[in-house]
Write a protein that binds this ligand. Structure first.
Ligand SMILES: Cc1cc2nc3c(=O)[nH]c(=O)nc-3n(C[C@H](O)[C@H](O)[C@H](O)COP(=O)(O)OP(=O)(O)OC[C@H]3O[C@@H](n4cnc5c(N)ncnc54)[C@H](O)[C@@H]3O)c2cc1C
Length: 448
């Protein structure tokens, strides 16, 4: 090594043949995600950068990257599309960023099940699966860009969750191939409950190189907006639709005024001052849906057939965390919470308790076999102290907070250390090189 050669030059040379990016502008872009939704994370993460990005195209190339990182004992952080919103793929200690987007092969699709590489984008996958009448069971509102591997590594719920629950529910992920960061990297195959060792682990314990995922029957999804005079009527309608087993649906998203005012592209369908429901329902079930809307005194203001909906922007891109995105484009001081309310009583309590301070956005999902309201409420950030008070009040009143203002795996939704994930990390990443600083259990163990 000459005096001007860095370890990164050496690593790049050893990975000759694999696409490598060192351009500082690109490196900065590929080091970050949507962490800036949180003012707390913005301050903590904005300057974090990797030292080089590698884009392997095959599992063999992933093994080569793994071996090189272990040899030089440098951190390795995996990245899909980089749309996570808690800094999941931001390298805290620099190092190599392994971008999976070239690993985008669909291995096979059959009725009910598919096998893919991690960098396959969700919408692109569905386009192909729909040719045989199937689609992903659930997907985030970043569906058009997010990768399947990134959803498993850092996501949790989305459209489809009203029927299929959360990613972590048994059955929603069938098998994985994972490359280890041992001195001699190897491939481990996980099936059944074993996949939970790596599911939603922020890429801290193995590089996923292949996934087997279950599929859902693809219906022609109509996209509908319903306006309501009262927020709680909209929320009750959301619960009633979610509980209506005879109406096939994919998304039930409820927004208290002023949230609809943030949706610039939908303004002609969102009457001033009204609360709204954004829905995806099977086109064949519109008649019973209209009856339910009548029962709750709502007004349908937007009704697109599946074919019409497939041409423009989907209303999906106004729901889940896209709601936060639109709100922040109007007022960058707005931030959010993620809450399991579990019952409408709690929604009503918080609606009255916080008044104008918090704008409630609900997404209904299936939790333990029941449809429940979850929330991605919006509020103007003032101080960290006030943020923590709001969180505390929610927790003291029986709701569950999945805190989006932390990059630590256990401090987000989980709240406890997962001994299975820790044990698996000890096995596959003995030097602690994968996405260091994200798994509290590991940091505690190595500091003791
Ligand atoms: C506007 C907006 C809306 C969103 N809506 C939702 C939503 O509805 N539901 C939801 O759950 N999330 C949502 N998210 C978060 C995020 O978009 C999703 O979780 C998405 O699926 C992440 O995919 P990605 O390819 O961008 O992953 P990345 O952000 O690139 O990675 C996510 C995590 O997975 C790890 N990872 C990636 N690939 C691998 C691999 N091959 N092996 C091991 N680990 C890996 C990374 O290290 C990282 O920790 C939203 C985010 C934004 C900005």
């Amino acid at each position: 090594m000459t005096s001007t050669t860095t370890i990164w030059d050496t690593i790049a040379a050893e990975l000759n043949g694999i696409e490598i990016i060192t351009d500082p502008t690109q490196l900065a872009k590929l080091s970050l995600d949507y962490y800036h939704f949180s003012p707390i994370l913005e301050a903590q993460l904005k300057d974090k950068r990797g030292n080089l990005v590698v884009r392997p195209a095959t599992e063999a190339e992933v093994m080569q990257v793994a071996k090189t990182c272990v040899k030089h004992k440098v951190p390795l952080t995996v990245r899909g599309a980089g749309t996570g919103n808690y800094g999941q793929c931001i390298p805290l200690e620099g190092g190599v960023i392994l971008d999976t987007t070239k690993m985008n092969q669909i291995r096979w699709i059959k009725p009910g099940l598919a096998c893919v590489e991690p960098g396959v984008r969700m919408a692109a996958f569905d386009k192909q699966a729909r040719e045989i009448g199937w689609e992903l069971r659930m997907a985030p509102s970043t569906y058009r860009t997010a990768t399947i591997g990134g959803f498993i590594g850092g996501g949790s719920v989305g459209m489809g969750s009203i029927t299929y629950g959360q990613l972590r529910d048994r059955g929603n992920l069938r098998a994985l191939r994972v490359v280890t960061l041992e001195d001699e990297p190897r491939v481990i195959q996980l099936r059944g409950d074993e996949v939970q060792k790596v599911n939603h682990a922020y890429g801290t314990n193995g590089i996923i190189t292949e996934l087997e995922i279950p599929l859902a029957p693809a219906y022609p999804w109509a996209e509908i907006i319903v306006a309501f005079d009262e927020f709680m009527t909209a929320a009750q309608f959301g619960q009633a639709l979610s509980d209506s087993d005879g109406i096939v649906k994919k998304m039930v998203s409820i927004h208290a005024w002023p949230i609809p005012s943030y949706f610039a592209a939908l303004q002609s369908y969102l009457p001033q001052g009204k609360h709204c429901a954004l829905l995806m329902v099977s086109e064949t079930d519109l008649e019973p849906l209209q009856e339910l809307v009548r029962e709750y005194g709502g007004e349908i203001t937007y009704n697109k057939t599946a074919q019409e909906a497939s041409k423009g922007t989907s209303i999906l891109e106004f729901t889940w965390n896209h709601t936060t995105l639109h709100a922040r484009s109007v007022d960058p001081n707005l931030t959010y919470l993620q809450t399991f309310y579990f019952t409408l009583d709690r929604v009503e309590h918080m609606y009255h308790h916080f008044g104008d301070e918090l704008a409630i956005h609900l997404e209904f999902l299936r939790f333990g076999g029941k449809a429940i309201p979850a929330g991605l409420q919006l509020f103007r950030f003032t101080t960290e102290e006030r943020l923590n008070e709001i969180i505390r009040y929610h927790e003291e009143n029986g709701t569950g907070i999945a805190n989006p203002h932390t990059y630590i795996l256990e401090d987000g939704g989980r709240k406890t250390i997962d001994p299975e994930q820790l044990a698996f990390k000890k096995l596959v990443d003995p030097y602690g090189l994968m996405n260091p600083g994200k798994m509290r259990a590991w940091s505690q163990m190595t500091n003791d």
